[in-house]
Ligand binder design. Structure first.
Ligand SMILES: Nc1ncnc2c1ncn2[C@@H]1O[C@H](COP(=O)(O)OP(=O)(O)O)[C@@H](O)[C@H]1O
Ligand SMILES: [Mg+2]
Length: 251
């Protein structure tokens, strides 16, 4: 389970990204970036955020803490922006929140050199989860208090959009040529040697257990949320063991 908070105030939309996350205040006085369950990308995006974010953190990568945010659609009544109002109204119930890194800057490859070891760990992780959203155009990396943080794992694990073909899809290589950290000489072999042994069935069970049942019920072909959790774990276990030999586009 993730920590559960209740949204008490909608502060503002965050307009930098594609999905229009929001900034909310919650009953624990925390400020959270909110990813709406009613957003066009759907709840699979939220599942991906939890599975990948929790996995990354357990591998020692920095990811803002994730929580679930209960939202009363009434919060949208006073929101003047039509698009935001309709998102709030369609997102009653359980949404995803993450700690807001106040004052974080977008990653700038010229201003922040990254070493081959850290670059290697991040590229290797992105290869395991098949993240297609860490390009130099749109790095989804933040600099906060002098360190690199990972955000936005919604566009990963493409195989979860077609479970019957998941095994084939998950066997594919990873093209890192556009990756934001490709120019930093990522040492993916060292990262694989260090991190692959950590990605065990037990670890993946712990990670997938954090996804709320509400986002896993009713998936065609799966009788229970736990069946679906195991389906998420399988390709990640297989990829962690072998993907470093199939990362393309880096030297
Ligand atoms: N936890 C956070 N703290 C501070 N800023 C954030 C955080 N999460 C996201 N952002 C900012 O909001 C932008 C959009 O969030 P992101 O998760 O990338 O969603 P999208 O799906 O819209 O791209 C990010 O590029 C980043 O600038
Ligand atoms: Mg983004």
């Amino acid at each position: 389970m993730l920590k559960e908070v209740i949204a008490t105030r909608f502060i503002a939309p965050l307009r930098e990204g594609g999905s229009l996350p929001g900034l909310v205040e919650a009953d624990d006085f925390g400020t959270y970036v909110l990813k709406f369950t009613g957003a066009g990308q759907g709840r699979k995006t939220l599942v991906a955020e939890v599975v990948c974010g929790e996995l990354a953190r357990r591998l020692g990568l920095r990811v803002p803490r994730l929580v679930t945010v209960e939202l009363d659609p009434e919060l949208g009544l006073s929101e003047p922006d039509q698009e935001v109002q309709s998102l709030l109204r369609s997102s009653g119930g359980t949404n995803l929140g993450m700690d807001f890194l106040s004052g974080a800057l977008g990653f700038d490859a010229l201003a922040f050199p990254v070493g081959p070891e850290e670059a290697g760990r991040i590229v290797w992780f992105d290869a395991v989860v098949n993240n297609v959203d860490r390009s130099w155009r749109n790095p989804n990396l933040l600099m906060w208090r002098g360190e690199l943080w990972l955000v936005d794992h919604g566009a990963t694990m493409i195989w979860h959009h077609n479970w019957p073909g998941a095994e084939t899809s998950a066997a594919r290589p990873y093209d890192a040529s556009d990756h934001a950290l490709a120019p930093f000489g990522p040492d993916v072999a060292a990262a694989a040697a260090e991190l692959a042994p950590l990605v065990t069935e037990e670890l993946l069970a712990e990670v997938t257990a954090r996804v709320p049942d509400a986002w896993l019920t009713g998936e065609p072909g799966f009788a229970t949320p736990d069946d679906l959790r195991r389906a998420y774990a399988r390709p990640l276990l297989a990829r962690a063991a072998a993907i470093h030999e199939r990362i393309q586009g880096i030297k």
